[in-house]
Design a protein around this ligand. Structure first.
Ligand code: NAD
Length: 317
């Protein structure tokens, strides 16, 4: 069994080292990397033999050459900005590789349909990183919930979700704050927790957006088995005072039927876990990710609603 062969786009960025580590830790090899920005010395820490390109055309040519020589790559890991995911996934599939793409897989639900057609045409697959689905505290919660729902199929839970993850001033000036490049706050960061919610509680039935700014988005979501008051912010003012006093800039908390599960910690090796599953053929697919992409795309476009006592999130006035 030869080790899985990877290439990677977005090699100089923030998240790429986690992929480089996951490739090594899951027994793979990083053959080639692309980034127009050449501050990529990090490669020496993981795989100094990796070929590096700053031009997409040359990178793609190299992938095709490898394939002709019978040494094609098996996966293209995609760590580029969100609006480039779709074209980079296409580059992967046309190069005879599967794509293993960061979240959000694409910005628009229609793009998923088009990519499914391309999967059919090429016989390659598209996988994504949904690392909350392998977070130990959340996997344990999912198992408990599944057992409860099996015992009482009509059960609907009351849920509060707070997701605060502080970002510095740079965020506002980067592609991450440009709607057409990142999809905006709910898409770029919220996609993690909306995916978790549909994974726990089933399909969307009703959605309201109460607040939507560059730093805060909140609303109400009804799913098959839950009523959810949700809020997401990159403003550390929303970190509860006692945690902020300890210097904490992150607060991720879900309360299900009055019981709180805090999952701010335990994030470090989740990418490696997703890589292991993907290489074993058990990764997260386009169909897995579609419900969350639909929700975040609606959050971008829905008119704002006035919250009521039943729908208002307690942290939002
Ligand atoms: P980043 O801006 O730090 O890095 C993006 C990199 O892509 C940059 O080095 C940039 O030069 C490069 N790039 C730009 N255009 C390119 C092109 N045409 N071809 C190849 N590379 C190109 O952003 P980041 O924080 O590393 O985010 C990258 C991706 O990872 C995003 O999709 C983001 O949503 C995702 N992400 C996921 C998590 C997670 O927890 N799973 C966390 C952070 C980011």
């Amino acid at each position: 069994n030869r080790s899985a062969r990877f290439a990677l786009t977005g090699a100089s960025g923030y998240i790429a080292p986690r992929h480089m580590k996951a490739i090594g830790d899951s027994g793979g090899q990083l053959i080639a990397a692309l980034d127009p920005f050449d501050s990529v010395g990090i490669l020496d820490s993981y795989s100094p033999d990796t070929e590096f390109f700053t031009q997409a055309e040359e990178f793609e040519k190299y992938l095709h050459q490898l394939r002709r020589d019978g040494q094609g790559i098996d996966y293209l890991s995609i760590c580029s900005p969100n609006y480039l995911h779709d074209p980079h996934i296409r580059m992967a599939l046309r190069s005879g590789a599967d794509a293993l793409c960061e979240k959000p897989i694409v910005l628009h639900p229609e793009d998923i349909d088009a990519l499914k057609e391309l999967e059919q045409e090429t016989g390659q697959r598209v996988w994504t990183i949904l690392q909350l689905r392998v977070h130990p505290a959340l996997v344990a919660l999912k198992e408990r919930l599944d057992a409860e729902f099996a015992a009482d199929p009509g059960l609907k839970k009351d849920v509060e979700l707070s997701y605060v993850t502080g970002r510095g001033n740079w965020y506002m000036r980067s592609w991450k704050n440009r709607l057409e490049q990142s999809g905006g706050l709910a898409t770029n960061i919220g996609v993690h927790f909306f995916d978790m919610l549909v994974w726990f509680f089933g399909d969307m039935q009703r959605l309201e957006v109460h607040e939507r700014s560059e730093t805060l988005v909140s609303g109400y979501l009804e799913l098959e088995r839950a009523r959810v008051k949700w809020m997401l912010s990159i403003d550390t003012d929303y970190v509860p005072a006692e945690l902020a006093a300890q210097g904490q800039r992150t607060y991720r908390s879900i309360t299900v039927g009055g019981e709180e599960i805090e999952f701010s910690g335990g994030f470090t090796d989740l990418h490696t876990e997703v890589y292991k599953r993907t290489v074993a053929g058990q990764g997260f697919s386009l169909d897995d990710t579609r419900p969350a992409i639909e929700i975040v795309s609606q959050i971008r476009n829905l008119d704002l609603t006035q919250p009521s006592n039943e729908t208002a999130h307690p942290l939002i006035g």
